[in-house]
Design a protein around this ligand. Structure first.
Ligand SMILES: [Zn+2]
Length: 260
């Protein structure tokens, strides 16, 4: 039995977003002050849990919240990471909002690895969203290594050290080039905002894919930088193999920017 005051604390902070065969259970907002280059910026944070189990799928009632809490400790959620979203400003109502769909990168985001530009893109897009005044950064936990998982990414890195590029390495290990799925993130976005958004990405294909998946977006703003000798090949592969639009200045972008 869950205490009534526990249920009342959580009552208005849990929403069930229904889809065909599952529900995404969204919890938040939670106030999250963040240190962005020495300045404290306050985001509103949400996390969501995909529930395909019939017991947890049907929600939006005090009984459903009670069922969820009573199952929580047995779900072993730490073994399967959940995704989350940082929201800034008047996200539901602002006329324009910047969106970043950021794929988790354990090595780049956490360790600051220079083999990719993910850590830079994460921090920069958070700053862009705060400066813009309204937006959301989706942190997608099942997107590690373009959806192949951390362990497989370590193997792919070994192949890359032997000369394979990012795309080839994933293919040689039996994966599709890109196994990422944005369906759940888009359903959460739609729950939080119905007005159009501008996507932060260098990849026009990603904009198209998200639009095809139902995201209300028409515009794109690019995000390049942090080129180094360690990630130059990775970034060039993004341009030549994965449809990323090169930064203004064409291939000159890489010249003179490759920091040692
Ligand atoms: Zn990365």
């Amino acid at each position: 039995m869950i205490k009534p005051d526990i249920l009342s604390i959580l009552k208005n902070k849990i929403q069930w977003i229904q889809a065909d065969d599952a529900a995404n259970i969204l919890v938040g907002p939670i106030t999250l002050p963040v240190n962005l280059d020495g300045e404290t910026v306050t985001f509103q944070w949400y996390s969501w849990l995909k529930a395909d189990d019939e017991d947890l799928r049907d929600g939006d009632s005090p009984e459903a919240t009670e069922r969820l809490i009573s199952r929580l400790s047995s779900l072993k959620l730490a073994d399967a990471q959940q995704s989350s979203v940082l929201v800034y400003g008047d996200f539901a109502e602002s006329p324009d909002a910047l969106i970043r769909m950021h794929s988790i990168c354990h090595t780049g985001d956490i360790f600051g690895s220079k083999r990719c530009d993910c850590g830079f893109q994460l921090r920069t897009s958070m700053k862009m969203i705060a400066q813009h005044g309204s937006g959301a950064l989706f942190y997608l936990a099942n997107h590690e290594g373009r959806g192949i998982g951390l362990f497989s990414k370590a193997m792919a890195y070994l192949l890359q050290e032997a000369g394979y590029d990012t795309v080839e390495a994933n293919l040689e290990l039996g994966f599709a080039d890109d196994s990422r799925d944005y369906k759940d993130a888009i359903s959460v976005l739609k729950q939080l905002r119905s007005k159009p958004v501008t996507l932060i990405t260098n990849n026009p294909k990603k904009l198209e894919a998200l639009r095809a998946a139902g995201m209300n977006t028409g515009k794109r703003v690019p995000l390049w930088g942090d080129v180094s000798v360690f990630n130059e090949k990775y970034l060039r592969t993004k341009v030549s193999r994965s449809g990323h639009l090169e930064a203004a200045g064409g291939s000159d972008f890489f010249e003179g920017r490759v920091a040692k």
